[in-house]
Ligand binder design. Structure first.
Ligand code: MLT
Length: 407
């Protein structure tokens, strides 16, 4: 008799965004002419940068010719992309990351979900609350938690992120082996300062713990004082793995390209207490289970670093940030406290009422989709997340409708 992985039965209902999609589908069936505007899931709406499109076309042409055709590429990514990443995203900021520490993949979500399989099942995992649900659910699937009780899984250490702490997780007051940090944060839009990240790095070194640093929204940082990478922090190479993505940086949500950095100094420990380099383990996992990102897509990612690509992706993210500021100003004018939106495409709104009730209100009265904060954790029960990923015209229309709906 084939039996299922019993840990899947602990998972709460459906994945958050699938749940929302179902409610939105039902609304569209009821009101097909409502002119729905989606500020829910963080999916980009603007076309690819022309530099990336040109690189894609050229790479497809190469594959069409016998003398330039390529088959399987290296699982970890082509050198041309790994070198561009190391140089532009890290070394240019004073972070010592080498090309062979970069693992190119098809998504930060996949990487952040998969990486936990190289750790023991009985490690203690800390999760900020609210949090991107993938961090939690993949640990549930792997059997690192007990059952969910009132929306929280037994065995996980939850670090509340509230207005009182600026939505930044505080160091744990109990033993923890693995912590997920995300800055600029999904869902709150809060960013971590250099001093805050340094405190986490120092803690991880003392605790022999590991930080999984999700920097998928790094391209939205405009404040020069904020770190873009955890490797800008002294000591981080030994205790941090960082994930990045081209999805939001360059509109690649449909194209798929991201990467994970595993420095060679980054260690975990085996049962005998011997240190083991995570670089080797991740190489083993990646080469066994992944075939690499397609050649044209890696060429498109490389084009992000060309002079035109840099200018075009900056214009893209600037546009979304203008939306974010309009959204934040709109909610603040309605008297609802907000965070995020300055160095982030997400705005976290304290609605002062039940998150799903507010979601339904915006859907029914304004035909606007947001994301109920309750889906990101108990601390989000009164909040919604508004995404700035849409056209300027749609964001303006949405904010006018929301103002009328809440008047
Ligand atoms: C989100 O809306 O949180 C993101 O789109 C999720 C993701 O990038 O996977």
């Amino acid at each position: 008799m084939i039996r299922i992985n019993p840990h899947y039965q602990k998972l709460q209902a459906s994945y958050l965004f699938a749940d929302i999609a179902q409610r939105v589908r039902a609304f569209q069936q009821r009101r097909p002419d409502a002119g729905l505007i989606r500020l829910g899931i963080g999916d980009v709406t603007e076309p690819l940068p022309p530099a990336c499109v040109a690189a894609l076309h050229a790479a497809v042409d190469e594959l069409a010719q016998a003398d330039t055709f390529r088959g399987y590429g290296p699982e970890q990514g082509y050198d041309f992309l790994r070198e561009a990443i190391a140089r532009h995203d890290f070394q240019a900021r004073g972070a010592q990351i080498d090309a062979d520490e970069v693992f190119v993949s098809d998504g930060a979500k996949c990487d952040v979900g998969n990486i936990q399989e190289i750790f023991a099942t009985d490690i203690r995992v800390a999760i900020p609350d609210p949090v991107y649900p993938v961090y939690v659910d993949t640990n549930v699937m792997a059997g690192r938690t007990g059952a969910a009780v009132q929306g929280r899984y037994q065995g996980l250490v939850y670090l509340p992120c509230t207005a009182a702490n600026g939505y930044v997780p505080q160091l744990p007051d109990q033993p923890v082996d693995l912590i997920y940090l995300c800055s600029p944060n999904n869902p709150t839009g809060a960013t971590m300062t250099r001093a805050q990240l340094q405190a986490w790095v120092d803690w991880a070194r003392a605790a022999k713990a590991l930080i999984l640093f999700d920097a998928a929204y790094e391209a939205f940082i405009r404040d020069d004082g904020l770190p873009h990478s955890i490797y800008e922090i002294p000591g981080a190479r030994e205790v941090a793995i960082e994930m990045r993505s081209y999805s939001k940086t360059a509109g690649f949500t449909g194209l798929r390209c991201a990467y994970t950095v595993v420095p060679r100094d980054c260690m975990a420990w085996c049962d005998t207490g011997e240190p083991v380099a995570l670089h080797g383990l991740w190489t083993r996992r990646h080469t066994t289970k992944f075939n690499g990102v397609s050649y044209p897509v890696q060429r498109a990612a490389e084009a992000v670093y060309s002079p035109e690509g840099r200018q075009q992706t900056r214009a893209l993210t600037d546009g979304y940030l203008r939306n974010a500021q309009a959204i934040r100003a709109g909610f603040q004018a309605l008297g609802l406290p907000c965070t995020g939106g300055d160095n982030s495409p997400y705005i976290w709104v304290d609605t002062g009422r039940d998150a799903w009730a507010f979601f339904d209100l915006l859907l029914d009265k304004a035909a606007v989709v947001c994301t109920p904060g309750a889906g990101f954790g108990r601390c989000g029960q009164r909040h919604v997340r508004i995404s700035a990923f849409n056209s300027q015209a749609n964001v303006e229309a949405a904010m006018q409708r929301i103002a009328r709906a809440l008047a």
